[in-house]
Design a protein around this ligand. Structure first.
Ligand code: NAP
Length: 305
């Protein structure tokens, strides 16, 4: 079995930063991801709140971070992690691609989109229903689309879509957005973006082959409505990717991993970082902060073993 000082699970911004810090402290490091490095940065067009860049494309920032993360010798491996076995001084990380041993494990598996749960959502997945404007926006050039949600993702991606499509209708269940003020201001000033407030999407309609729109209900008046659209982009929040770690008892009741300020979980030698962690602010900048702290504390943990 291959053996490392540190195994980092997930190569998003937090994982790549922890690999940089741990390998720079002269530890042997393996980063494991089930796909390409970058995590959700790959689904983000413009990142405007990462210091040092006025604006940078998500995939470009991912590539820069990846190059930094392997610069001091960290290795990159593909695989889906299935479980972590605690053998005290060592942990065995079981993946669908083999088993690896490490003295410390850093979990940075991030989060995935939450489904709306409306009829038609699964049926028209990939045929008009999307969770990634950067991936699918170009299919809706000069067409009308609906965005569901009122958080940072919904508003940021609506702004991106507005550059491509003829009209974006944001359907939000309250009369106030959760998104950052700067994004709200941009959206309110954009002629192509309209808002439908206090409204839930009850169904995504289609003609059997593709999406034709959404059915809605106003949750204050119970008035029903329909909005024609070729695409429906759903941004109603995130769920943690922690299936492989549920039996370790390191998560809270919603599945996010609990840590202290040192990024330590309740299991000695296991750290958690980035979006998968129970925390207030999920951003690239907080993810890299978590990663630096965990990389450094994995070093201290191994030194004190
Ligand atoms: P979020 O902040 O959890 O927002 C989810 C939105 O969906 C909320 O407006 C919520 O409404 C709505 N919603 C939830 N369940 C719903 C349902 N069943 N039906 C209809 N609407 C529903 O999720 P997010 O926007 O994906 O952001 C996730 C994290 O990433 C956040 O921490 C965010 O700050 C961060 N992020 C940051 C940036 C950036 O800095 N530029 C960009 C993207 C994401 P309510 O408001 O009524 O709860």
């Amino acid at each position: 079995m291959e053996s490392y000082d540190v195994i980092v699970i997930g190569a998003g911004p937090s994982g790549m930063t922890s690999a940089l810090y741990a390998s720079r402290a002269n530890l042997s490091v393996l980063m494991i991801d089930r796909g390409i490095y970058g995590g959700q940065m790959n689904n983000t067009a413009e990142i405007e709140n990462y210091p040092g860049f006025k604006s940078i494309l998500g995939p470009d920032l991912a590539k820069n971070m990846y190059e930094g993360s392997i610069n001091f010798g960290a290795k990159y491996g593909y695989g889906t992690v299935e479980s972590i076995e605690d053998n005290g001084a060592t942990k065995v990380v079981h993946t669908d691609n083999g088993d690896y041993e490490a003295k410390a494990v850093i979990i940075g598996t991030g989060s995935q989109y939450k489904k709306l749960g409306a009829p038609g959502e699964d049926e028209y997945g990939g045929r008009g229903v999307s969770y990634c404007a950067v991936c699918d926006g170009a299919f809706f050039k000069n067409k009308e689309v609906v965005v569901v949600g009122g958080g940072d993702s919904a508003i940021q991606e609506a702004l991106y879509l507005a550059q491509l499509v003829s009209k974006v209708t944001i359907v939000h269940r309250r009369d106030q957005l959760r998104a950052q003020k700067v994004l709200q201001d941009q959206a309110f000033a954009n002629d192509k973006i309209n808002f439908v407030w206090n409204t839930n999407v009850t169904e995504i309609t289609g003609d059997g082959a593709k999406v034709t729109g959404v059915k809605t209900v106003n949750n204050q008046t119970n008035a029903t409505g329909e909005i024609p659209a070729s695409g429906v982009f759903i941004y109603v929040g995130n769920l943690p990717i922690t299936d492989a770690f549920t039996d370790l008892k390191i998560t809270d009741d919603k599945g996010w991993i609990k840590t202290n300020d040192r990024m330590e979980t309740s299991m000695p030698g296991v750290f958690a970082i980035g979006d998968v962690r129970a925390k207030e602010l999920r951003q690239v900048v907080t993810a890299v902060g978590d990663g630096g702290i965990a990389g450094q504390n994995a070093f201290h943990y191994i030194q004190n073993m």
